[in-house]
Design a binder for this molecule. Structure first.
Ligand SMILES: NC(=O)C1=CN([C@@H]2O[C@H](COP(=O)(O)OP(=O)(O)OC[C@H]3O[C@@H](n4cnc5c(N)ncnc54)[C@H](O)[C@@H]3O)[C@@H](O)[C@H]2O)C=CC1
Ligand SMILES: O=C([O-])CC(=O)C(=O)O
Length: 259
């Protein structure tokens, strides 16, 4: 039985922690939840207590928190499951995580699929083009770095509006709560430079979509994901905590997991 601490008790961490607490993942149990803003009635603990008690720490609190907490988890010899994979646009953080200690670093596939195939194909040879187009409701795409005019234009659009297009590294950092998936694709293909990310605001997007297209030595790929948004946080797809629970289940009882 592995003991799991969850850092961040929001739309993702709250669902993950409750399911662990209620014994829904074979081979895993909840050690406790770390969140300065409350733990929704679940057992709370400090990060220091989590590092002492847990075999696995799940980060579900955001890119900035991962940068702070991640190296401490690995340095303590605890395994780390990363949800805010967009923080890994920072090569220095990735190097710190790999060099910090004995804990192993695992990444969650999160809101998208096809990463296994992209990883397999990348082994055969390089990709020539990879693109991920993310379409969400406008409100969650407004960012603090936008000018007032741009923020208003995004909020008020009455049709699909391309908000940004650029390298995955730039986009995943520029929309830290909305485009971790662009980093996930880049990490899967093992090439930050080949992946272009596009962010579209669409007031009619009742589902969040991520369309991944790729072509290269192994062939041509297209994955279209249309996720229901989380009722707790509309910028997050509701399936994400279940991707985390699936990953924890695979780590706790690997038999039968796709590899
Ligand atoms: N890989 C993927 O496909 C996806 C990744 N994400 C990432 O997951 C993160 C969390 O998403 P949600 O749960 O929807 O966000 P949320 O805003 O609902 O929850 C975040 C929680 O973290 C807590 N928190 C803040 N600072 C903390 C700290 N220092 N220590 C512990 N907890 C802290 C907050 O109080 C809040 O409860 C997002 O910011 C994003 O980076 C989100 C969606 C998809
Ligand atoms: O949940 C989603 O659809 C994607 C998301 O917010 C992210 O990648 O940060």
């Amino acid at each position: 039985m592995i003991s799991v601490a969850v850092v961040g008790c929001g739309a993702i961490g709250g669902v993950v922690a409750r399911a662990l607490h209620e014994g829904e993942v074979v081979g895993a149990r909840l050690a406790g939840v770390v969140d300065p803003n409350g733990t929704r009635g679940l057992p709370g603990m400090s990060l220091e207590e989590a590092l002492a008690a847990a075999d696995l720490v799940v980060e579900a609190a955001g890119q900035a928190v991962l940068a702070d907490v991640g190296p401490r988890v690995v340095a303590a010899g605890r395994d780390l499951l990363v949800v805010s994979v967009g923080a890994l646009t920072d090569d220095a953080l990735l190097a710190r995580l790999h060099g910090a200690g004995d804990g192993r670093v695992h990444l969650v596939s999160g809101a998208v699929g096809g990463l296994d195939m992209l990883r397999s194909a990348a082994r055969m040879g390089p990709f020539e083009t990879v693109r991920i187009v993310t379409t969400k409701k406008p409100a969650g795409l407004v960012q603090p770095w936008m000018s007032a005019a741009e923020a208003d234009r995004v909020r008020a659009t009455d049709r699909p509006l391309e908000v940004r297009r650029g390298p995955a590294r730039e986009i995943a950092a520029a929309f830290p709560r909305s485009t971790n998936v662009a980093a996930a694709v880049a990490l899967a293909v093992g090439d930050w430079d080949v992946v272009e990310a596009v962010v579209v605001a669409d007031p009619a997007a009742s589902l969040t979509s991520h369309v991944i297209t790729a072509s290269g030595a192994a062939g041509e790929y297209r994955f279209e994901i249309r996720n229901r948004p989380s009722p707790d946080n509309p910028t997050t797809s509701q399936v994400v905590p279940y991707a985390v629970l699936r990953a924890i289940g695979d780590l706790a009882a690997p038999s039968g997991a796709f590899r």
